[in-house]
Design a protein around this ligand. Structure first.
Ligand code: AMP
Length: 307
């Protein structure tokens, strides 16, 4: 069985959408990625840091979802990373209201010994130097996927460049791809980002799906048109967790299989947005996931006769 090592924030989030508002709830890129990858029968561990204000129930919840939490450090007297955001009416864009790094500010990640030989590494959104440090502790990964966001492009661009140069796949959203490359066309943006290092570029477009680029090839996965979207927080991380979880499960990193991985990522992300925070991802059944895969197939299947 493949091993998946995940690094990312484990956090408190406060979210406002047109449908409501939450106080501090469980969030963080590492949390969403872990919960998403838990849908595949693989060994996965999250490396992160929290303060001792972080409830035990949240750690238990991750453990009960088969996530190894040995690599989550609890800092005595420390405060957990906090993020708060407000979504616009279209739910496709949001403003960050607050980012408090807290214990993340001087985090030295330690990869658990039995995950140093992980074949798959997911560098979830967090300080690029922390991502690099995790990568350096893994012996010989087969595939490294990086997720990041505008916050790190604005604040630590040189460090970000260093980590981008070392990964196989990058997943970012369309706005971030444009910021990182300075190109408006996503095709040109992907080409420029490929020159920075990654051989595969996944550009997430919220309710418009995702694009996978590799050399001159492009694959498009739709997002499932949903009746109810409550809270898009974590959709990108859930997508990434589904993407790498599927690759780790099938242990096949060909471009053809990455197309399936993009569909799995979109599929899992479609559940994430149906409830606030991680709620929907905590109680997801295999049957629900499989049923929705059929919907994805139907959505894009057509037969046209070409002369
Ligand atoms: P997503 O909606 O997929 O972009 O991810 C949202 C999650 O990212 C939230 O649960 C936040 O806790 C986390 N997050 C927000 N800002 C940052 C940041 N600067 N670094 C790391 N994680 C963040």
């Amino acid at each position: 069985m493949s091993k998946l090592l995940i690094v990312g924030t484990v956090a408190f989030d406060a979210i406002e959408t047109p449908f409501g508002k939450t106080d501090k709830i469980l969030g963080g890129a590492g949390t969403y990625i872990g919960l998403s990858a838990a849908n595949f029968d693989i060994d996965s561990a999250v490396v992160s840091v929290v303060g001792d204000d972080f409830p035990h129930e949240y750690l238990d919840l991750m453990k009960n979802n088969n996530i190894d939490i040995e690599g989550i450090e609890v800092v005595k007297g420390g405060k957990t990373f906090f993020w708060s955001g407000r979504y616009h009416n279209d739910l496709n864009s949001r403003d960050t209201l607050d980012t408090q790094l807290n214990v993340l500010a001087d985090f030295n990640p330690v990869v658990p010994n039995n995950y140093k030989d992980s074949e798959y590494v997911m560098l979830g959104n967090l300080h690029p130097l922390v991502q690099l440090s995790v990568l350096e502790q893994v012996e010989k990964p087969k595939l490294v996927v990086l997720d990041t966001m505008n916050f790190w492009m604005d604040n630590t661009p040189q460090d970000l460049d260093k980590v981008i140069a070392k990964v196989d796949v990058i997943t970012i959203n369309d706005e971030e791809a444009r910021q990182l490359s300075g190109e408006y066309s996503l095709v040109k943006a992907a080409r420029k980002i490929a020159e920075m290092g990654p051989k595969y570029i996944v550009i997430k477009k919220g309710e418009h799906g995702a694009l996978l680029f590799h050399e001159d090839q492009i694959f498009h996965a739709p997002a499932l048109p949903l009746e109810e979207v409550f809270d898009p927080t974590g959709a990108g991380d859930t997508f990434a967790g589904g993407f790498i979880g599927y690759l780790a499960r099938t242990n096949d990193i060909s471009f053809e299989n990455m197309k399936n991985a993009v569909i799995y990522g979109s599929n899992l992300a479609s559940f994430c947005v149906e409830k606030f925070g991680t709620e929907r991802m905590q109680k997801l059944s295999r049957e629900e996931v499989n049923e929705r895969l059929h919907d994805f197939k139907k959505l894009t299947h057509f037969e046209t006769k070409l002369d």
